[in-house]
Design a binder for this molecule. Sequence first.
Ligand code: ADP
Length: 423
Amino acid sequence: MLLGCIADDFTGATDLAGMLVRGGMRTVQTIGVPQGVAPDADAVVVSLKSRTTPAPQAIEESLAALRWLQAQGARQIFFKYCSTFDSTDAGNIGPVADALLSALGSDFSIACPAFPENGRSIFRGHLFVGDGLLNESGMETHPLTPMKDANLVRVLQRQTTRRVGLARYDTVARGSDSLRERFAALRAEGVGIAIVDAVDNDDLMTIGAACAGMPLVTGGSGVALGLPANFAAQGLLGDPGQAARMPVIAGPAAVISGSCSKATNAQVAEWAASRPVFRVDPLALAAGQPVARQALDWARAQAGVPVLISATSPPEDVARVQAQLGVAAAGELVERALAEVARGLVAQGVRKLVVAGGETAGAVVKALAIEQLRVGPQIDPGVPWMVADGGAADGSPLALALKSGNFGSTDFFAKALAMLDRA
Ligand code: ADP
């Protein structure tokens, strides 16, 4: 393993893993800290759920991930957080970065959530979302991590006892040598973590090059774009075209949808126009009807034709269900049913599974007891195909595409499945 990554949430980990594959690194995402030895890969992304847990717990989990990655021989560590720097004054970006630096015996790292391609740029230490500042982007009212200050030097300084500094855009624009010199100067001044400006993808490549050999790099998935080239330059990566290669997956396909986002509603409607759908009714579930069983019987009767099992509903229907059952109870009821459907479908032979919905995907992965996913080609931005080696009970591989909320084009489901047919 060359690059060991610690991500503070699951979909962020997938996003990062996809980026590394794009850079030519064979990448595996693990769910939590693995027990055994590392899979054969250039990079491993350990996904945690540490974004909003209490700081001591986030630190403990991150250090456990670090110990495992170090034991597997990782040469560099990457700590991944959200591109909107989601955190509170109590953490967890600062405290986790501090703890990782100390454990690595290092005294300097960078912090750079920039991803200009996705509208996240940093200038003079200020994070912009699109054309506006972070604190005017809607993130200022986020229920868990309200971001009310766009000045990342100030934001991070409130989270760490190390000194926070800034590597400005003019230095980045002069290239990686000048940026490296700036890092050395900041370090000599006693700065422990430097926010780095970046306004386009070339800047990310410059930053990546300047971070070659740095024990710990912290950032959004964008910064990871520039890291594979460092390993490639040392001749440590194989054929970059092979990084996204997937084994041929044989077996029927199915789609499970539990997201009620606008994009997912459109994707379900598009599929339903010409393909079979089973609608999961939350009120029938609440009434104790064996809905999952009925869905599985229906799916079996489709005799191998790809099916969609969907709880996806427009906002007014969701509101009606939530008013009757309660928001959390409705969500849980549907997630549990869809997880049971996923388990049943795989038991019936399904080996290609598309899942829509972040929480829904989490429930499905858990129900299938999947611990590791090898990351394959990108279907749409942020959503790659992934393979759980031996993910089915008979030990055969299982292909999964896990799509959160608003990701994916309208024809996402059919497009994803068609990609596997072509492979
Ligand atoms: P997204 O990624 O779009 O946020 P999630 O799966 O994370 O999707 O969240 C959607 C939530 O809505 C889940 O908890 C799911 O169980 C719940 N849900 C799905 N369908 C319905 C429905 N028809 N009525 C109420 N809740 C639903």
